[in-house]
Design a protein around this ligand. Structure first.
Ligand SMILES: Nc1ncnc2c1ncn2[C@@H]1O[C@H](COP(=O)(O)OP(=O)(O)OP(=O)(O)O)[C@@H](O)[C@H]1O
Length: 591
């Protein structure tokens, strides 16, 4: 029996018993904790996982609360209908805000959510139709099977259901293809885009989802209090939700509940004790929260939940039964042209980083791209992978013109890559990291993931990832965390991840950088084995020894131009290349 499952079941049982056994005052507090935890669950997904900060979650909560307050008191709508209305309005606002700000990197979203939080507070407070700063009263109770939930004890079960569904959906999402793409977004769009993720679309979706969770919380809040006023939906409340996420552990769904519980409980306690200690009335607890957040960031950067996690039993590798296999790509015949670069130019202002470079790569070969520092190798690499398009010239891959295509579109045509600086998800297992490479081979979207309806596809991805891990020699470590691997193994893991995409062309960006001699030898052996299995490889590398002993042909660049092209023996004998690599005696080095 899975120990974690038992603990979760116990936690659920305790949760179900609490509304019955606690004194009424504490049940009211519990209801608030559960409602706040729903908002923080959204922040876990948005801020903890994807890395986008929103100060506006309390305002989205306000949209849900005021929608139900207005429609259920003024128009006599059933609260169940007003919940849907709140979702509709929230989704529209969040989508508009997201589309306007999420295309841009940087602080646009946090600033926009601050503006949104402040303005909505004053809209609520200054609208007579919304009751101004006094708010709206006489909100009807929610009815379940004809029974009105008027007591906090019964209402707590509705809040528990709301949080339970939100947390379960969030957990399901995080353990899915979409969840892995969300995690990959955290370090910037580069990796996610390289594996075919529509990064902008995904950011908008997560932002809307987090807003919907806040809206649900607002609806619950309005019907638990039975009145609304603007205070709980102010910018300050929005900041407090971020505090909860940071203190609890913003990358964990359980961390959200822990943070909501700690901050809410602490606030009640401080409100009792602080005025006595200080001798004056005021919101002094906010100062304590500020100190608490600073201390958390100093001593437990990832919040308190990871500390709890350390003492919990660790989860082993749980494989789903494989029912189907992922469809495979038709591979080109060995020797047929696969990639063609023609007169490629890349201009950065006055600098031509790539100047009229042409070469061809045929299926089944390993081609090396070498050149001294600043020769333009990385720029050419970016131009082939769609990270940075060419200023002029043409790049053809698998018979298609990819010159103006995005990284994701090119990836879907069969090009898969590794990175010069390793980009892995250190907190995830090798298996989960490898599965990220198969993103473009899956179909399941966010809704299917939230509902756990993508298990057959997930199983197929798991088994394909495990096959690729075994192929590169990491099968035994599949359950370990990627962050615990040595650099050489991390680079090998990136190769496995790229292979899960079932590529026709594997692009390796300086795979030997930073490796020790033994690790380099292992890498060479692996790449040779892959070539023998028919994988086509383009490798950009500094290490001449490694390149010369591995590749079939070489393209040498210097000052942005193609200096030479040929077999390792021809390149070694080339006088111009020797000159470009002044001080590097190619003959000696390889001997
Ligand atoms: N985004 C950019 N903006 C302006 N100049 C750039 C940009 N990217 C690269 N360059 C310049 O283009 C030239 C080629 O750089 P590139 O990184 O492609 O060379 P490289 O051969 O990969 O070098 P290294 O081996 O050191 O990584 C360099 O002079 C570099 O400063």
């Amino acid at each position: 029996m899975n120990a974690r499952l038992v603990l979760t079941a116990l936690a659920v049982l305790v949760g179900l018993a609490l509304p019955l056994v606690l004194p009424l005052f504490q049940v009211t507090l519990l209801v608030n904790v559960l409602i706040f935890a729903i908002v923080v669950t959204g922040l876990v997904l948005l801020t903890g996982i994807v890395g986008l900060t929103s100060f506006g979650q309390a305002a989205f909560m306000g949209v849900g609360a005021y929608t139900t307050a207005v429609l259920s008191t003024g128009a006599g709508w059933s609260p169940w209908l007003t919940l849907l209305a709140g979702f509709g309005i929230t989704a529209l606002i969040a989508w508009l805000l997201g589309v306007a700000t999420l295309r841009m990197q940087g602080h646009y979203l946090p600033l926009a959510t601050i503006a949104w939080g402040i303005s909505l507070y004053y809209v609520f407070g200054n609208s007579p139709a919304l009751g101004g700063f006094t708010g709206l009263t006489n909100i009807p109770p929610v009815q379940v099977f004809g029974t009105p939930l008027t007591s906090p004890r019964t209402f707590a079960y509705l809040a528990l259901l709301g949080l339970g569904l939100s947390a379960l959906g969030a957990q399901f999402l995080l353990s899915s293809r979409t969840g892995r793409a969300m995690r990959a977004l955290r370090g910037g769009p580069l990796v996610a885009e390289a594996f075919g993720v529509n990064t902008f679309g995904l950011r908008v979706k997560v932002f809307v989802l987090a807003a919907l969770l806040a809206s649900l919380a607002g609806w619950l809040y309005a019907h638990s209090q039975r009145f609304v006023n603007p205070t709980p939906f102010s910018l300050q409340a929005g900041i407090e939700y971020l505090f909860m996420a940071v203190v609890g552990g913003s990358q964990h769904v359980w961390g959200g509940l822990l943070g909501a519980g700690l901050i809410t409980g602490l606030r009640e306690w401080l409100r009792d004790v602080l005025p006595g200690l200080i001798g004056a009335q005021g919101n002094f607890e906010v100062i304590v929260f500020g100190v608490l957040v600073i201390l958390t960031l100093q001593f437990a950067r990832r919040g308190l939940w990871p500390l709890v996690e350390r003492v919990l039993p660790q989860e082993g590798l749980r494989l789903l039964p494989e029912r189907t296999r992922l469809p495979e790509r038709v591979k080109p015949q060995p020797g047929t042209p696969l990639l063609r670069v023609e007169h490629a130019v890349k201009q950065f202002g006055g600098l031509r980083a790539v100047n009229d470079v042409s070469f061809e790569l045929r299926a089944g070969e390993i081609l090396g791209l070498i050149g001294p520092n600043g020769a333009g190798k990385s720029t050419l690499f970016n131009l082939i992978t769609g990270v940075n398009p060419a200023t002029s010239g043409q790049v053809t891959f698998a018979g298609r013109d990819i010159t103006r295509q995005s990284a994701g579109q090119i990836h879907r045509l069969g090009l898969s890559r590794t990175f010069q600086h390793v980009h892995l998800l250190p907190d995830l297992s090798l298996l989960a990291n490898t599965m990220m490479g198969g993103y473009a081979r899956g179909r399941a979207g966010m809704v299917a993931s939230l509902l756990h309806l993508e298990r057959a596809e997930e199983a197929a991805l798991q088994h394909e990832a495990l096959r690729q891990l075994r192929r590169v020699g990491l099968g035994e470590q599949a359950h370990l965390l990627a962050g615990n691997l040595a650099l050489g193994q991390q680079r090998t893991l990136e190769v496995a991840r790229a292979l899960v995409a079932d590529p026709t062309l594997l692009l390796l960006d300086e795979p030997a950088a930073g490796l020790r001699y033994g690790e380099k030898m292992e890498l060479v052996a692996l790449l040779r084995r892959l070539r023998d299995e028919g994988v086509t490889i383009l490798i950009v590398e500094h290490d001449m020894d490694l390149v010369m002993s591995l590749v079939d042909r070489l393209v040498v660049m210097n000052y942005g131009e193609r200096l030479a092209e040929g077999t390792p023996a021809e390149i070694r004998a080339n006088a111009a290349v020797r000159e470009a690599y002044l001080g590097v005696d190619l003959t000696d080095e390889v001997a």
